[in-house]
Design a binder for this molecule. Structure first.
Ligand code: HEM
Length: 497
């Protein structure tokens, strides 16, 4: 027996379905069991049924095991959960059985997931104008990222165009920037080791990328490394924990982190989740820097204008922030808000991404000593034990690039799960797709799989939204790895920490 179309329609409305179920329950209770439900109770049940169902669904999604009996991967490194599975693995298993494009119904909405290179190519490149991130995504991200490059839709891709000049080759090849912060980070690392504690690599590289990114963006790094890297959780003397908690850069980084976590949670709860608290701390930190840049712009006076392509070229000595402030010609309110949004977007883009790449790289090297030894040999042969690497070295360090690519294939830092699944498909990458083997980017497998089908490897996205910081990230990660390999010869996981 099919239900009347009206009932079917009502049952498909997200917030009405639970209320409808309550109404049916009330009818059954009254007519079949003769129980009188008071009006106040029925009204309360109608009103609360929607949020109650939503809470149950969210809790279920948070806690359910994705795949009940999965192989376990031993070992862990700060923050990466390796307890049961590699990230993305459950979806890869799901795709193998059910196909790589599927429609799922989540929280009363149909969502289409695809790990098919042809579809991803169409969405991100060839049919780009037919797809947008959309209002829901904007609503979700707006409190964290405002109207910046990550959130903005629109065919003109104004944000991308505006920021691109700052990523020209000469600007991103300023290795002084990386050298200073890499040396500082490795020094902190050595200090913890000398004290007899295993240092938290993920924390250390997050500080390195934060300091490097902020110096690149506004020529004032946030000195997050100056707070030192944390001790393992079992060292809990009051002095250590309280000094660390109140260190200004930890307060800023903590607020930034919290805002990102809340944004991720909003994704599950829908957009109605306030972000005021951590963003207040982030703005208190950024706004004086922004104001200073505005004062500098006003003092300098003349605007150099735009070139024939409509881009405003980056000027000598100009930071990304100066560039953005120069772009802004509006009211006082916008002159702070506009560059602030953009700076926050690029900070999000530039910090955790490269930190994630470096962390997973170290994790993989700890698990694959043969790869580590090959990488160190290449490093010693091309750069040597002390010398600072150059741009030309990076072209020669082919195995290092292969290691970074292989890590990005298995652990793409930014992309949605669909890309991680695509990166692990055995029908696209060969039967050994789940193995960590950098040589696949150098030997005949490259010509067999990737060269004829480049859209199977997309850690930086293709098309108009391609990552602006791709080369910056490769330089930053390569530089750090060279310096690290010059300092340490073995890598071990310390799961107890
Ligand atoms: C391993 C490191 C990195 C990876 C894997 C990565 C990946 C990505 C991806 C997949 C996107 C597209 C996101 C989307 O459209 O939703 C993106 C965009 C972007 N990335 Fe990266 N990124 C990395 C590092 C960086 C760094 C270091 C910077 C800057 C310092 C940066 C700046 C940007 C910017 C500005 C965009 C927005 C481009 C646009 O929408 O026009 N990225 N990145």
């Amino acid at each position: 027996m099919s239900l009347p179309p009206g009932i079917v329609y009502l049952s498909e409305q997200p917030m009405l379905s639970p209320a409808l179920a309550v109404y049916c329950g009330k009818l059954v209770a009254e007519f079949y069991f003769g129980v009188a439900i008071p009006t106040w109770l029925a009204t309360a049940a109608y009103v609360l049924s929607g949020p109650a169902v939503l809470t149950v669904v969210v809790q279920y999604r948070d806690h359910r095991p994705l795949v009940p009996s999965s192989p376990s991967v031993p070992g862990s490194i700060g923050g990466i959960n390796t307890e049961n599975l590699y990230p993305g693995e459950p979806l890869a298993i799901h795709g193998k059985n059910l196909g790589y494009t599927s429609s799922v119904r989540l929280l009363f909405q149909n969502r289409i997931l695809t790990a098919e290179p042809e579809n991803i190519k169409a969405i991100l490149a060839t049919e780009f104008n037919g797809f947008e991130k959309g209002a829901e995504f904007r609503g979700l991200m707006e409190p964290l990222l405002g109207t910046g490059v990550f959130v903005a839709d629109g065919k003109s891709r104004f944000h991308h165009q505006m920021t691109r000049p700052l990523f020209h080759r000469e600007r991103i090849s300023d290795f002084d920037l990386f050298d200073h912060h890499a040396e500082n980070a490795i020094e902190h690392f050595k200090t913890r080791l000398r004290e007899g504690y295993p240092p938290d690599f993920q924390d250390m590289v997050s500080r390195f990328t934060m300091d490097a990114a902020t110096q690149f963006l506004f020529n004032q790094d946030v000195h997050s490394l100056s707070a030192g890297i944390p001790y393992p959780f079992y060292v809990t003397t009051d002095t250590v924990t309280s000094a660390s908690a109140i260190h200004p850069s930890n307060v800023f980084a903590g607020a930034f982190q919290e805002a990102q976590m809340i944004t991720a949670t909003r994704n599950r709860f829908g957009a109605h989740w306030p972000l005021t608290e951590p963003m207040g701390v982030v703005r208190d930190f950024l706004d004086p820097i922004l104001r200073e840049a505005v004062v500098k712009k006003r003092a300098a006076g003349v605007d150099p204008g735009k070139n024939e392509a409509g881009e405003r070229e980056a000027q000598e000595g100009e930071t990304l922030l100066d560039h953005l402030v120069n772009y802004t010609e509006s009211t006082h309110r916008q002159i702070i808000r506009f560059p602030r949004d953009e700076i926050l977007n690029i900070s999000v883009a530039g910090r955790d991404t490269t930190a994630s790449l470096l962390t997973f790289t170290i994790y993989m090297l700890a698990e694959h000593p043969n790869v580590l030894s090959k990488l160190r040999s290449e490093n010693l042969r091309i750069v040597g034990p002390m010398r600072r690497p150059t741009h030309d070295d990076f072209r020669e360090l082919k195995y290092l690039r292969a290691v970074l690519n292989e890590t990005s294939r298995l652990y793409a830092p930014v992309t949605p799960f669909a890309t991680i699944v695509m990166h692990r498909r055995t029908d696209l990458w060969g039967p050994d797709a789940l193995e960590f083997d950098p040589d696949r980017f150098l030997d005949q497998r490259l010509h067999k799989h990737l060269t004829p089908n480049p859209f199977i490897f997309l850690p930086f996205n293709p098309g108009p939204r391609i990552c602006l910081g791709q080369q910056f990230a490769y330089h930053e990660a390569s530089f750090f790895m060279v310096r690290l390999l010059q300092t340490f010869s073995t890598i071990e996981l310390a799961p107890e920490a």
